[in-house]
Design a protein around this ligand. Sequence first.
Ligand code: GLN
Ligand code: ZN
Length: 761
Amino acid sequence: MTQRKLKTYVTGYPRIGEDRELKKVIERFWEQREGLDSVTRISKDLRIRHWQDQKARGIDFISSNDFSLYDSMLDMAVLFNAIPERFRHIEDDHERYFAMARGTGDAVAMEMTKWFNTNYHYIVPELSGNMDLELRPAKAFSEFNEAAEVGINTKINLIGPVTFLALSKRVDGNEDALDLMPAFLPLYVSLLRSISELGDEVFVQFEEPIVVRDPDNKILECLKTAYETLARAVPRVRLIVTTYFDHATEAVEALRDVHLFAMGLDLVCGPENLLALDRLNGKKLIAGMIDGRNIWKNDYQRSLSTLQALEHALQPEDIILSTSCSLLHVPYSLTQEIGLDPEIRPWMSFAREKLMELSDISDIHSGNGTPGNPEKLETNQRIIRDRQCSLRIHDPAVRRRSRSITQRVREGSFAERAMAQSKVLELPLLPTTTIGSFPQTDSLRKLRQDLKKGAISGDEYALRIRNHIDSCIEFQERIGLDVLVHGEPERNDMVEYFGEQLSGFAFTQNGWVQSYGTRCVKPPVIYGDINRRGSMTVDVISYAQSRTRKPVKGILTGPVTILNWSFVRDDIERSDVCEQIALVIRDEIEDLQHVGIGIVQVDEAAFKEGYPLRREKRDRYERWAVKCFQLAVSSARMTTQVHMHMCYSDFTDIIQTIERMDADVLAIETSRSGNRLLKVFNDRGYSNNIGPGVYDIHSPRVPSVHELTDKIRQLLQALPASRVWINPDCGLKTRKWAEVSPSLRNMVTATRAVRRHLAES
Ligand code: GLN
Ligand code: ZN
């Protein structure tokens, strides 16, 4: 039977360009090596290419205004002319725009923070009650028209009023940016009025992901009022409210009686949404079924079954097949990935392949007589089965080992361990150290490239790395640090370096995902059981230790961070994958101890990223994430000192979790937040050692001895000297030696001055 064709929908498309064209041209523009005209031309080319990609695959709902030169929240702020005072004097629009994102002269950049639990960062709008707001919708309109010129009637993507305000901050001393709704809602109304003039049937997608994050009554009330107002004021425009990253059942309920064209619900990360379908009340369902956050091929048979279930609850014509969120969070296309293992590559699907999945499923579902439909389903099912049965993903040894773990936590209480460690380590009061990496110079990068290209031999490479370690050790001894590091010259990236040495990991050549502005990351893919082929860090770290009598700290990336910064297989639980990583880290610690390393640091920079957005799911995450960290360090003897580093300053909400992780020393970021946030450690009775970063490594500024002495004295007002370590905020790989060398020297001098003072008093 031939059914009506199932319509297809894409929430948003990546914009940085398959070869990161946008990144490259914008950076050249910043360096004044290229004019604005190049940026404009390349941006337009990219938009058109992306629209045509989607059209060629028969996508029915294609977006405009999902493009951005930096970020969509920033674009919204600009659309309302919500320009912070310190940038208002800049006349040129582009100059002002980039200044807001990146800072200029003494106008510091606007704050940037993570978009929910993704690794994408948005710019936080700064709002106040007395701003001169004004509509400046030129960007949205011109992009819509541009698409119309190539024959595509797009839906216009906008961040919805509730999410926009809830994620903004007030700079006028008032608490809640949501209270600005009465000022912003009329602007949204007039925006919609102008949009309604663009054509007879114009669609607007309002993104409202805020409603999946445990919405309170205020948020839900706001949501209801806002969309009631918009729907009533401009009935001609087809309104779509899109949510993603978890379920939005409360929002569906709140909008029950509001007249909207459709609601977007994420059925991948929020299957609970299925329970809210009966409350859609005549709205169409944008069914987010193609995973926008991961890179695995969709199982067509499962999707067809889900569609069937949806059809029990809704009229078939009210269902639109969609991505679960914007495709911004996955790379462009597999076509360039010729280097990927040919067995694994067919299991994956990036943005462009996901377009194909949407149209395949729609075709198969409609059974519209397109020849080749049965084959499409069969091929897909064959690949799904191949992946399930592949010997590449199942390693019986790994499974056996997981089942037979007996010791999951390290021995001894903190007090017992501290006693044992103080005997062997003999460290001074306020020990000084660094977080691990030293500057990644051009010559180091070139060295690694040369090895990859085969331009130098492995021996030559190892020798040059050793030379580098020699000079790092020599430098640290000269300035008088107490606990040294090898400097991480062999690491391209703190996750990739470990992944490359483990089975179960694959790496793409061009799998870039936008992280913020022009910065992109290339997450590894975890496809199978994880095992260690041999030790990963022992040669460099033991070499460093052989060059000094001071203790060298071995630096490892933690299991939760390796997990959270990768695309993870979806055929087993994340917690099980994390446990496998924990076991290889545990083995590595064991090996380091064998060669005489007495201090190890486990970096958990991405621990917070993994938190689910819903309270009810957070406990579970915390439980297994903590367990995995504990398992990873469980091989450490009582005398081995375990440090943990996290690049956060605010521990208020996770202090109990940190306590359970029970590291001997916790090295954290504090320099920018002052003592305020440190107090939480004392107030809650946290008793282990803490190394609060004494200077900000994100800035090229060299802190003076005086300033550092002050800073350390302040720290000692919040924490007892016996438990404090002195270190920078984070690793030094992004800095230059000319900054690192005087900064660390000053840090040591300042520490010595404070020690002397303490001894005298
Ligand atoms: N050890 C790493 C370094 O020093 C830690 C980096 C991080 O926390 N982001 O670079
Ligand atoms: Zn860090």
